[in-house]
Design a protein around this ligand. Structure first.
Ligand code: DX5
Ligand code: ZN
Length: 230
């Protein structure tokens, strides 16, 4: 398990050049990135199909020491938990909107010995997560409508992060807060200041002409911001 109190950058390989996937993951690994965000889409829960366990397995082969953060944007996620664990997931997040038995889904993931996360869409009230918060390692706050990379950041996300930080304190819970969608140099500092712990960045990282330079830039902004909040 990868633990740190520093903000974590989690590049989403959805935005990677799939003809160079191994090399691009190695670029991340060689430049201090630990978490790799893997977006799984079924074409039903979200209006797009991305990839399955075999790409997570390929990412694991490309980065054996990496932390595979798997985001399931699929209905009936329980059907596929084992396949993603086998593929090398370190953490699996399921959407609160995609399963009628969220507590069982989280228990099922944790029973495999990996971390469990819950993801929440922009219009779903943060308060609806309260019952599950003591049982998760991560809350994925969607800052775009799930299904595609390269979308515009939803500004209401800041207040949702602050609401979640408040809830975590009240419940004495220990989950990390991940922001997912439209994250880049223009908002990453403010997101850390609002309380974000993990920042997913797809097009901002893999759309850059110089990926290592962009990783260093984002990492620097996060570290700068963290020192300001202490
Ligand atoms: C969207 C995914 C995000 C997305 C992030 O459904 O969950 O992880 O890939 O990509 P950017 O950073 O380009 O918005
Ligand atoms: Zn995602």
């Amino acid at each position: 398990m990868y633990t740190t109190d520093k903000p974590i950058l989690a590049p989403s390989i959805l935005a990677a050049d799939f003809t160079q996937l191994g090399n691009q993951i190695s670029l991340c690994a060689d430049n201090g990135v630990k978490w790799i965000h893997c977006d799984i889409m079924d074409g039903h829960f979200v209006p797009n199909i991305s990839y399955g366990p075999m790409i997570v397995e390929a990412a694991r082969r490309a980065y054996p020491d990496g932390f595979m953060d798997v985001h399931l944007m699929i209905y009936n996620p329980d059907l596929y938990t084992d396949a993603f664990v086998l593929a090398g997931a370190d953490l699996i997040s399921v959407h609160v909107e995609a399963t009628p038995h969220l507590h069982r889904s989280i228990q099922n993931i944790r029973s495999k010995g990996i971390q469990a996360g819950v993801a929440i869409n922009p219009a779903t009230p943060i308060g609806s997560l309260e019952p599950i918060l003591p049982d998760v390692d991560l809350v994925v706050v969607m800052s775009v409508n799930p299904g595609f990379g390269g979308q515009k950041f939803i500004e209401q996300t800041y207040s949702r992060v602050r609401e979640l930080v408040q809830l975590r304190e009240t419940l004495k819970a220990t989950f990390r807060i991940e922001i997912d969608g439209g994250v880049g140099a223009n908002n990453i500092k403010q997101l850390v200041q609002a309380g974000a712990d993990v920042l997913v960045a797809g097009s901002s990282v893999f759309g850059a002409d110089d990926i290592p330079k962009r990783i260093k830039e984002l990492q620097g902004l996060m570290d700068e911001s963290k020192s300001m909040t202490i």
